[in-house]
Design a protein around this ligand. Structure first.
Ligand code: LMR
Length: 334
């Protein structure tokens, strides 16, 4: 009764009903990369569109660069409802118990963005997102980043060149196995800690799409980088399922539209952002960039593709086969 009286009072004072309507729904969107990256720019685009389409009924607060949470914490925060949206790398879903996502980490499984999109924009991708629901998470979209290069303080032309070196990886068992297949020692570490670990020599090298390497200034502490394109790094945009299902249907529809358009935006800019970052690294003169010959690339492939078979029991043969079917990848034909 009291609230109703207050409401009528405020309207009588000349405030419109809309002005005294409920506070906006706040979506805290946390991520670990810089604003000036494919993911950072897409998160900002989502904010812009979500606020526009909901006419301010939703406010999106973007927290970039691990300012709110680091990798592992952000997953926990989403499940607890402390944040509402994330876009973790596909390599970071294993610790959540959704090991199938590590299929995206298999070395050389995608030759290019077209192959990747056959999966992320098709039924296999949808099925993978559906697997998150049992964890209280709703998968909304896949956002592209790009293909990874290897970096270290010594030149890398052959798999043996990183033998015995400590290489930072994301929290994916497939990536750990990948480094072992090269004779390197994998070190799992949060993204926010990589620059310092490289600078102080805690690790010798790492792997990244160029946009991540450049915006975290890793090129200042890595003398060599090789364009191996040995694996893909991209994202799943996820939300807390209870939060999402609890939104008014109209608002959810508006947010879905904002997500659809920001996904198109993300996937449009990813390649050019990575190309630009590579040129910026080159221009800095701090890191020597090496493009392997076809024969050198084949040596990396031969060393790395056996990881597919080795990780089959973890990822599931069916998931791996469904991607081979989409892309035409055949591990026996190298
Ligand atoms: C990494 O940890 O290297 C990446 O997952 C960071 C990111 O989100 O692109």
């Amino acid at each position: 009764m009291k609230i109703r009286a207050l409401f009528i009072g405020l309207v009588a004072m000349g405030l419109s009903a809309a002005a005294v309507a409920a506070d906006p729904v706040v979506i805290k969107f946390s991520h670990v990369v810089a604003n000036d990256t494919p993911k950072g720019k897409a998160a900002d685009k989502f904010k812009e569109l979500a606020e526009k389409y909901t006419k301010g009924a939703v406010k999106v607060e973007v927290y970039p660069n691990s300012t709110l949470y680091k990798d592992k914490e952000e997953m926990e925060a989403l499940q607890l409802g402390a944040v509402q949206m994330l876009a973790p790398s596909l390599a970071k879903f294993g610790p959540l118990g959704v090991k199938e996502f590590e299929v995206f980490d298999l070395p050389y499984i995608f030759d290019n963005y077209d192959d990747l999109h056959k999966v992320t924009m098709g039924p296999v991708g949808q099925k993978l997102l559906g697997k998150l629901e049992g964890r209280g998470i709703k998968g909304l979209a896949f956002w592209d980043n790009g293909f990874k290069s290897l970096s270290a303080n010594t030149p890398i032309k052959a798999p043996d060149d990183i033998k015995g070196k400590k290489l930072r990886v994301q929290s994916s068992k497939v990536l750990e196995e990948q480094m072992r297949a090269l004779g390197a020692i994998p070190q799992v570490m949060a993204f926010s800690e990589v620059y310092q670990a490289l600078q102080t020599g805690v690790v010798d090298g790492t792997e990244n799409p160029h946009s991540n390497l450049y915006t975290q200034k890793m090129h200042e502490v890595q003398k060599h980088m090789t364009l191996t394109d040995h694996g893909y790094l991209g994202y799943a945009v996820i939300t807390n399922k209870k939060f999402w299902d609890g939104l008014p249907a109209e608002v959810r529809g508006q947010l879905e539209q904002a997500m659809k358009e920001s996904t198109e935006f993300a996937n449009k800019i990813a390649r050019e952002e990575n190309d630009k970052a590579l040129e910026a690294v080159r221009a800095s003169g701090k890191t020597a960039i090496y493009k392997p010959t076809d024969a050198e690339k084949l040596a990396f492939k031969k060393a790395l593709v056996p990881v597919h078979k080795k990780m089959e029991s973890r990822i599931g043969a069916e998931t791996i086969q469904s991607i081979y079917k989409d892309t035409g990848f055949d591990p026996s034909k190298l």
